[in-house]
Design a binder for this molecule. Sequence first.
Ligand code: ADP
Ligand code: MG
Length: 245
Amino acid sequence: MSESTIQLRNVNKWYGQFHVLRDVNLEVAKGERIVICGPSGSGKSTMIRCINRLEEHQEGQIVVDGVELSNDLKQIETIRRNVGMVFQHFNLFPHMTVLENLTLGPIWVLKKTKAQAAAEAMKYLERVRIPDQAGKYPGQLSGGQQQRVAIARSLCMNPKIMLFDEPTSALDPEMVKEVLDVMIELAEESGMTMLCVTHEMGFARRVANRVIFMDYGQIIEQNVPGEFFDNPRHERTRLFLQQII
Ligand code: ADP
Ligand code: MG
């Protein structure tokens, strides 16, 4: 296996008294695409939010692209620069146009010129198939379009790793496919490391190298998609899959 880009070793996290991540161990190889599934409340969001330090873990070790996560602000900045994240609720700035949403980070963080940032933003908007929406405000777009803007915005920062947290679960059914298609294309063409929390099994079968099942803050089972879905080993995985398929 090629060099690993994300390592979690015996990671534990509590929210107050509540033990949300229990001895989580995970190694992600460069270019690997992982789908994470599991019941609501099992700790999926918390785990991926710990990877870009939106949440802090209390025990264990998380290393991202060779940098161990600690309270050092410089390191957090480095991590955030290398790791893009797309949320369930797009989190676009409502008072800025699509193009402004896309160029803000590149101009202020990556110190690009406005023209350069705009040219690159347009390239990514083409990639997510909405270059014609550049001048609109998020509120003027459909949910599927807004999520594609959010994906393009992340890509503008040139991340090495992309994290997706249920990117299609807030969308109306007819918009799910347009977002999944963009993500499939990204997975198949960019070779980027991707971690995606989703229950879209078609997506998982098509692009994931590995599917991980979480329950009660633990990784219960992981396997290549075919084996995972057709031949789950654990009773809890079986029960979960029965509910969602
Ligand atoms: P999932 O994404 O798998 O649905 P989460 O990681 O969001 O699960 O949450 C795991 C558990 O932690 C849930 O029981 C949730 O209520 C709890 N939780 C999540 N965020 C917080 C928080 N900021 N403070 C306290 N409890 C939280
Ligand atoms: Mg979640």
